[in-house]
Design a protein around this ligand. Structure first.
Ligand code: DQA
Length: 173
């Protein structure tokens, strides 16, 4: 890892997989007062533009099926350098997604449009958070740009808080 202020930019062409779980395809239609008025296509466009600014490639997939999301995470190993995942309600109970992400050897950023911590109690638990480098939540569509920026910084080896790899080597996952 580079020292402070000497981090290299991410390697040109590194791949970020943006994964959207159940009901994210309804963005712009579903509860706009909570999730905003932008469509998923607009969020993906913003994330893609931000990735381009950092020299990263971005690929997006949306699914309403837990097993498909797990398969997408499996398929990321050895291909993608980072995953940004908004798992929708699966965030709160999908241990199969948790285990799949734990097996992925790259950067993981958890993303939410809303701030689940400020909502119903059942949304306060995230099974994604323990296997993510960090979480971006509550910033609406801006979160997509923030999540990609976080990925770029982490891929560039910016010094930061204890990474999930360091955590896992300490058995804290
Ligand atoms: C969400 C938050 C989840 O609690 C919810 O089930 C979603 C969307 C968000 O982006 O704010 O489907 O992940």
């Amino acid at each position: 890892m580079s020292g402070e202020g000497t981090a290299d930019p991410p390697r040109e062409g590194m791949l970020v997989l943006l994964l959207s779980g159940p009901n994210l395809d309804l963005s712009g239609i579903r509860d706009p007062s909570i999730y905003g008025e932008q469509t998923l296509a607009e969020h993906v466009a913003a994330a893609t533009e931000e990735a381009g600014r950092h020299g990263l490639l971005l690929e997006h997939h949306q699914t309403n099926h837990e097993g498909d999301l797990v398969e997408l995470v499996h398929g990321a190993s050895g291909r993608a350098d980072a995953i940004v995942v908004n798992a929708g309600a699966l965030t709160h109970y999908s241990w199969s997604l948790h285990d799949a992400l734990a097996a992925f050897d790259g950067v993981v950023v958890e993303l939410h449009l809303s701030n689940p911590q400020a909502r119903e109690p059942w949304r306060h638990t995230s099974v994604v958070a323990p296997v993510a480098d960090g979480t971006v939540a509550g910033f609406g569509g801006l979160g997509y740009r923030l999540a990609v920026t976080a990925v770029a910084e982490l891929l560039a080896g910016e010094p930061g808080p204890v990474s999930r790899k360091e955590r896992s080597s300490k058995g804290e996952r």
